[in-house]
Design a protein around this ligand. Structure first.
Ligand SMILES: CC(C)(COP(=O)(O)OP(=O)(O)OC[C@H]1O[C@@H](n2cnc3c(N)ncnc32)[C@H](O)[C@@H]1OP(=O)(O)O)[C@@H](O)C(=O)NCCC(=O)NCCS
Length: 166
């Protein structure tokens, strides 16, 4: 049910991202929301920058996606979305378990500070929320994001990330 998605399937990936991202409406600050949440051009830029996607398929439908990107010595989880009607059924967990099984690198994930459900989802699966300072350092080192997004984001470190590493 989980397999890698070809880059030529960007339109389908984009559709799932934008469907899943409706969860942010009213949750993240208004100035961080835009529609579509991710344009096809932006997604294609991400793919060119090295983000690759796994998808959860059932009955011919792409129900959820999880991207990953190797940056320096770590793997970043990038753009994890499950279609709203399929959330809460374990698809996110299956995608996460698959990603964890595919890499021996340390894993980091960034999300909106106000996306409490996403933070809880990663915490349930062994991730640790980093301090404000650690979040800033990690965003600065591994991501390319605006100052505004840094203010509104948190980073969680995956299982096995040392307490003292910054
Ligand atoms: C965050 C997200 C990717 C998780 O995917 P998901 O498929 O909903 O995740 P799961 O179903 O594995 O887990 C979600 C919850 O459902 C519960 N769940 C898992 N399997 C379940 C099942 N078979 N039946 C009912 N509930 C179940 C889990 O306990 C979990 O609860 P928790 O949030 O309190 O930990 C998805 O909810 C989503 O797209 N959200 C909106 C966008 C977003 O926040 N993306 C994250 C960006 S980093």
């Amino acid at each position: 049910m989980i397999s890698s998605i070809s880059n030529s399937d960007a339109e389908r990936i984009c559709e799932v991202i934008n469907a899943g991202a409706t969860a942010y409406l009213g949750a993240i600050p208004d100035d961080c929301w835009h529609e579509p949440y991710m344009s096809l051009e932006e997604l294609q830029g991400e793919i060119e920058a090295g983000v690759s996607f796994n998808g959860h398929f059932a009955y011919g439908e792409l129900q959820g996606v999880m991207g990953s990107q190797d940056v320096h010595d770590v793997t970043l989880i990038r753009h994890a979305y499950v279609r709203p009607e399929h959330q809460g059924r374990g698809i996110g967990y299956e995608l996460l378990a698959h990603l964890l099984s595919e890499t021996s690198r340390s894993i980091l994930v960034g999300t909106w500070a106000s996306a409490s459900w996403a933070i809880r989802f990663y915490e349930r699966h062994g991730f640790r929320l980093t301090s404000r300072d650690e979040t800033r350092q990690l965003l600065d080192r591994y991501w390319t994001v605006s100052d505004r997004q840094i203010e509104e984001s948190v980073v969680l470190v995956g299982p096995g990330w040392p307490e003292s590493r910054g």
